[in-house]
Design a protein around this ligand. Sequence first.
Ligand code: ATP
Length: 236
Amino acid sequence: MGLQIDNLTAGYAGQAVVSNLTFEVPNGKIVALIGLNGAGKSTTLKQVIGLRQPLAGRLAINGQQLDAQPAAYKKALAYIPEQPVLYEELTLDEHLHLVLAAHDQDDEAHWQKVEELLSLFRLEKKGHWLPIHFSKGMKQKVMLVSAFALDTDLLVIDEPFLGLDVLAQKHLVQLMKEKAAAGTAVLLTTHLLQQALAYVDDFALLEGGHLAFFGSGDELAKSRGLGVDDLDDLFS
Ligand SMILES: Nc1ncnc2c1ncn2[C@@H]1O[C@H](COP(=O)(O)OP(=O)(O)OP(=O)(O)O)[C@@H](O)[C@H]1O
Protein backbone atom coordinates (compact mmCIF):
# COMPACT_ATOMS: atom_id res chain seq x y z
CA MET A 1 0.00 0.00 0.00
CA GLY A 2 2.30 2.82 1.16
CA LEU A 3 1.22 6.40 0.54
CA GLN A 4 -1.97 6.89 -1.45
CA ILE A 5 -2.77 10.31 -2.87
CA ASP A 6 -6.30 10.27 -4.17
CA ASN A 7 -7.72 13.15 -6.20
CA LEU A 8 -5.84 15.75 -4.17
CA THR A 9 -6.60 19.39 -4.88
CA ALA A 10 -4.61 21.88 -2.81
CA GLY A 11 -3.63 25.53 -2.76
CA TYR A 12 -3.85 28.76 -0.82
CA ALA A 13 -6.77 30.99 0.18
CA GLY A 14 -9.16 28.66 -1.64
CA GLN A 15 -7.19 28.90 -4.92
CA ALA A 16 -5.99 25.55 -6.30
CA VAL A 17 -2.27 25.21 -7.09
CA VAL A 18 -2.42 21.45 -7.72
CA SER A 19 -5.57 19.73 -8.96
CA ASN A 20 -6.88 16.16 -8.95
CA LEU A 21 -3.55 14.61 -8.13
CA THR A 22 -3.69 10.82 -7.92
CA PHE A 23 -0.69 8.55 -7.48
CA GLU A 24 0.87 6.09 -5.04
CA VAL A 25 4.22 5.65 -3.38
CA PRO A 26 4.24 1.90 -2.67
CA ASN A 27 6.08 0.48 0.35
CA GLY A 28 9.71 -0.09 -0.57
CA LYS A 29 9.71 2.40 -3.47
CA ILE A 30 11.31 5.81 -3.98
CA VAL A 31 9.24 8.34 -5.94
CA ALA A 32 10.52 11.77 -7.02
CA LEU A 33 8.05 14.59 -7.45
CA ILE A 34 9.49 16.83 -10.18
CA GLY A 35 8.52 19.99 -12.05
CA LEU A 36 9.63 23.54 -12.72
CA ASN A 37 9.78 26.20 -9.99
CA GLY A 38 6.27 26.92 -8.80
CA ALA A 39 4.84 23.67 -10.21
CA GLY A 40 3.41 22.78 -6.79
CA LYS A 41 5.90 20.23 -5.43
CA SER A 42 6.32 21.78 -1.95
CA THR A 43 2.59 22.48 -1.80
CA THR A 44 1.93 18.79 -2.41
CA LEU A 45 4.43 17.75 0.26
CA LYS A 46 2.83 20.13 2.79
CA GLN A 47 -0.44 18.29 2.18
CA VAL A 48 1.18 14.86 2.42
CA ILE A 49 2.69 15.65 5.83
CA GLY A 50 -0.67 16.94 7.07
CA LEU A 51 0.49 20.53 7.55
CA ARG A 52 -2.39 22.00 5.55
CA GLN A 53 -5.98 21.04 4.86
CA PRO A 54 -6.58 19.91 1.26
CA LEU A 55 -9.28 21.69 -0.76
CA ALA A 56 -10.41 18.23 -1.86
CA GLY A 57 -9.18 14.64 -2.00
CA ARG A 58 -7.79 12.10 0.42
CA LEU A 59 -4.46 10.93 1.75
CA ALA A 60 -3.68 7.62 3.41
CA ILE A 61 -0.56 5.83 4.68
CA ASN A 62 -1.00 2.06 4.68
CA GLY A 63 -4.76 2.51 4.91
CA GLN A 64 -4.70 5.13 7.69
CA GLN A 65 -6.59 8.15 6.41
CA LEU A 66 -5.31 11.62 7.32
CA ASP A 67 -8.81 13.01 7.83
CA ALA A 68 -10.05 10.07 9.95
CA GLN A 69 -6.89 9.32 11.99
CA PRO A 70 -4.70 12.44 11.86
CA ALA A 71 -2.49 11.56 14.85
CA ALA A 72 -1.76 8.00 13.67
CA TYR A 73 -1.21 9.24 10.09
CA LYS A 74 1.33 11.86 11.23
CA LYS A 75 3.17 9.39 13.47
CA ALA A 76 3.56 7.09 10.46
CA LEU A 77 5.76 9.60 8.61
CA ALA A 78 9.07 11.40 8.96
CA TYR A 79 9.70 14.66 7.11
CA ILE A 80 12.87 16.49 6.12
CA PRO A 81 12.04 20.09 5.15
CA GLU A 82 13.91 22.12 2.53
CA GLN A 83 15.01 24.58 5.24
CA PRO A 84 16.27 22.94 8.46
CA VAL A 85 14.07 23.60 11.49
CA LEU A 86 15.79 23.34 14.87
CA TYR A 87 14.78 24.42 18.35
CA GLU A 88 17.20 27.26 19.10
CA GLU A 89 17.26 26.56 22.85
CA LEU A 90 17.85 22.79 22.61
CA THR A 91 21.20 21.05 22.24
CA LEU A 92 21.62 18.56 19.40
CA ASP A 93 21.08 15.59 21.76
CA GLU A 94 17.97 17.20 23.30
CA HIS A 95 16.55 17.88 19.83
CA LEU A 96 17.09 14.27 18.76
CA HIS A 97 15.51 12.87 21.96
CA LEU A 98 12.51 15.13 21.40
CA VAL A 99 12.00 13.95 17.82
CA LEU A 100 12.24 10.28 18.87
CA ALA A 101 9.86 10.88 21.79
CA ALA A 102 7.28 12.51 19.49
CA HIS A 103 7.16 9.18 17.63
CA ASP A 104 7.26 7.04 20.83
CA GLN A 105 10.70 5.80 19.72
CA ASP A 106 13.01 7.33 22.36
CA ASP A 107 14.56 3.99 23.36
CA GLU A 108 18.01 2.40 23.33
CA ALA A 109 17.70 0.78 19.90
CA HIS A 110 16.70 4.03 18.21
CA TRP A 111 19.35 6.01 20.11
CA GLN A 112 21.95 3.55 18.84
CA LYS A 113 20.75 4.28 15.31
CA VAL A 114 21.05 8.02 16.08
CA GLU A 115 24.67 7.51 17.18
CA GLU A 116 25.51 5.58 13.99
CA LEU A 117 24.03 8.37 11.88
CA LEU A 118 25.77 11.12 13.89
CA SER A 119 29.03 9.34 13.28
CA LEU A 120 28.29 8.87 9.55
CA PHE A 121 27.71 12.63 9.22
CA ARG A 122 30.66 13.52 11.48
CA LEU A 123 28.48 15.04 14.21
CA GLU A 124 29.23 12.50 16.94
CA LYS A 125 31.09 14.96 19.16
CA LYS A 126 28.53 17.76 18.80
CA GLY A 127 25.73 16.43 21.04
CA HIS A 128 26.02 19.35 23.48
CA TRP A 129 26.05 22.04 20.74
CA LEU A 130 23.23 24.52 20.22
CA PRO A 131 21.96 25.21 16.66
CA ILE A 132 23.62 28.64 16.64
CA HIS A 133 26.97 26.82 16.36
CA PHE A 134 25.98 24.76 13.32
CA SER A 135 26.60 25.64 9.67
CA LYS A 136 23.66 25.34 7.22
CA GLY A 137 24.91 21.97 5.97
CA MET A 138 25.34 20.69 9.52
CA LYS A 139 21.76 21.73 10.33
CA GLN A 140 20.58 19.81 7.26
CA LYS A 141 22.51 16.77 8.49
CA VAL A 142 20.71 17.02 11.87
CA MET A 143 17.42 16.82 9.95
CA LEU A 144 18.70 13.71 8.16
CA VAL A 145 19.82 12.06 11.41
CA SER A 146 16.47 12.62 13.12
CA ALA A 147 14.40 11.41 10.15
CA PHE A 148 16.52 8.37 9.28
CA ALA A 149 16.76 7.22 12.92
CA LEU A 150 12.96 6.86 13.04
CA ASP A 151 11.05 3.79 11.94
CA THR A 152 8.18 5.14 9.88
CA ASP A 153 6.07 3.82 7.02
CA LEU A 154 6.68 6.95 4.95
CA LEU A 155 9.67 9.26 4.56
CA VAL A 156 9.10 12.64 2.89
CA ILE A 157 12.08 14.78 1.80
CA ASP A 158 11.94 18.24 0.23
CA GLU A 159 15.06 18.91 -1.88
CA PRO A 160 17.32 16.48 -0.01
CA PHE A 161 20.67 17.49 -1.47
CA LEU A 162 20.50 21.24 -0.91
CA GLY A 163 23.52 22.45 1.06
CA LEU A 164 25.09 19.01 1.53
CA ASP A 165 28.71 18.27 0.66
CA VAL A 166 29.47 15.53 -1.88
CA LEU A 167 30.24 12.91 0.77
CA ALA A 168 26.98 13.60 2.64
CA GLN A 169 25.06 13.41 -0.67
CA LYS A 170 26.53 9.96 -1.28
CA HIS A 171 25.57 8.82 2.22
CA LEU A 172 22.07 10.19 1.75
CA VAL A 173 21.48 8.21 -1.46
CA GLN A 174 22.65 5.06 0.32
CA LEU A 175 20.39 5.77 3.33
CA MET A 176 17.35 6.31 1.09
CA LYS A 177 18.03 3.03 -0.70
CA GLU A 178 18.36 1.21 2.64
CA LYS A 179 15.10 2.73 3.94
CA ALA A 180 13.27 1.63 0.81
CA ALA A 181 14.82 -1.84 0.98
CA ALA A 182 13.48 -2.10 4.55
CA GLY A 183 9.96 -1.41 3.22
CA THR A 184 9.55 2.35 3.77
CA ALA A 185 7.81 4.41 1.08
CA VAL A 186 9.99 7.41 0.16
CA LEU A 187 8.64 10.57 -1.51
CA LEU A 188 11.02 13.42 -2.35
CA THR A 189 11.29 16.47 -4.54
CA THR A 190 14.38 17.18 -6.63
CA HIS A 191 15.60 19.25 -9.56
CA LEU A 192 18.59 16.92 -10.09
CA LEU A 193 16.97 14.54 -12.56
CA GLN A 194 20.02 12.77 -13.97
CA GLN A 195 21.35 12.08 -10.49
CA ALA A 196 17.90 10.81 -9.42
CA LEU A 197 18.00 8.04 -12.04
CA ALA A 198 20.48 6.22 -9.80
CA TYR A 199 18.06 5.79 -6.89
CA VAL A 200 14.50 6.72 -7.91
CA ASP A 201 11.98 4.04 -8.93
CA ASP A 202 9.37 6.38 -10.40
CA PHE A 203 9.00 10.05 -11.30
CA ALA A 204 5.78 12.03 -10.79
CA LEU A 205 5.91 15.07 -13.09
CA LEU A 206 3.81 18.11 -12.19
CA GLU A 207 2.90 20.54 -14.97
CA GLY A 208 0.44 23.39 -14.56
CA GLY A 209 -0.83 21.89 -11.32
CA HIS A 210 -1.61 18.51 -12.90
CA LEU A 211 0.15 15.18 -12.94
CA ALA A 212 1.56 15.10 -16.46
CA PHE A 213 3.48 11.81 -16.14
CA PHE A 214 4.10 8.99 -13.67
CA GLY A 215 6.62 6.24 -14.37
CA SER A 216 10.28 5.25 -14.57
CA GLY A 217 13.11 7.50 -15.74
CA ASP A 218 13.43 5.46 -18.95
CA GLU A 219 9.73 5.89 -19.73
CA LEU A 220 9.87 9.59 -18.84
CA ALA A 221 12.81 10.22 -21.18
CA LYS A 222 11.15 8.21 -23.97
CA SER A 223 7.82 10.02 -23.54
CA ARG A 224 9.62 13.33 -24.17
CA GLY A 225 11.77 12.05 -27.05
CA LEU A 226 14.95 12.16 -24.97
CA GLY A 227 17.73 9.65 -24.40
CA VAL A 228 17.90 8.50 -20.79
CA ASP A 229 21.26 10.27 -20.46
CA ASP A 230 19.60 13.56 -21.38
CA LEU A 231 16.98 13.70 -18.63
CA ASP A 232 18.39 16.99 -17.35
CA ASP A 233 17.15 18.52 -20.65
CA LEU A 234 13.54 17.64 -19.76
CA PHE A 235 12.55 21.24 -19.16
CA SER A 236 14.74 22.92 -21.77
N1 ATP B 1 2.20 30.25 1.32
C1 ATP B 1 1.76 30.49 0.07
N2 ATP B 1 0.74 31.35 -0.15
C2 ATP B 1 0.29 31.59 -1.41
N3 ATP B 1 0.80 31.01 -2.53
C3 ATP B 1 1.82 30.15 -2.35
C4 ATP B 1 2.35 29.83 -1.07
N4 ATP B 1 3.36 28.93 -1.22
C5 ATP B 1 3.44 28.71 -2.55
N5 ATP B 1 2.54 29.42 -3.22
C6 ATP B 1 2.31 29.41 -4.69
O1 ATP B 1 1.98 28.09 -5.06
C7 ATP B 1 2.60 27.76 -6.30
C8 ATP B 1 3.39 26.47 -6.13
O2 ATP B 1 4.48 26.72 -5.22
P1 ATP B 1 5.37 25.54 -4.64
O3 ATP B 1 6.27 26.14 -3.59
O4 ATP B 1 4.51 24.41 -4.26
O5 ATP B 1 6.20 25.15 -5.93
P2 ATP B 1 7.47 24.17 -6.09
O6 ATP B 1 7.16 23.28 -7.24
O7 ATP B 1 7.80 23.56 -4.80
O8 ATP B 1 8.59 25.21 -6.53
P3 ATP B 1 10.19 25.23 -6.31
O9 ATP B 1 10.78 24.30 -7.32
O10 ATP B 1 10.54 26.65 -6.61
O11 ATP B 1 10.47 24.85 -4.88
C9 ATP B 1 3.42 28.96 -6.72
O12 ATP B 1 2.68 29.71 -7.66
C10 ATP B 1 3.59 29.75 -5.45
O13 ATP B 1 3.64 31.13 -5.72
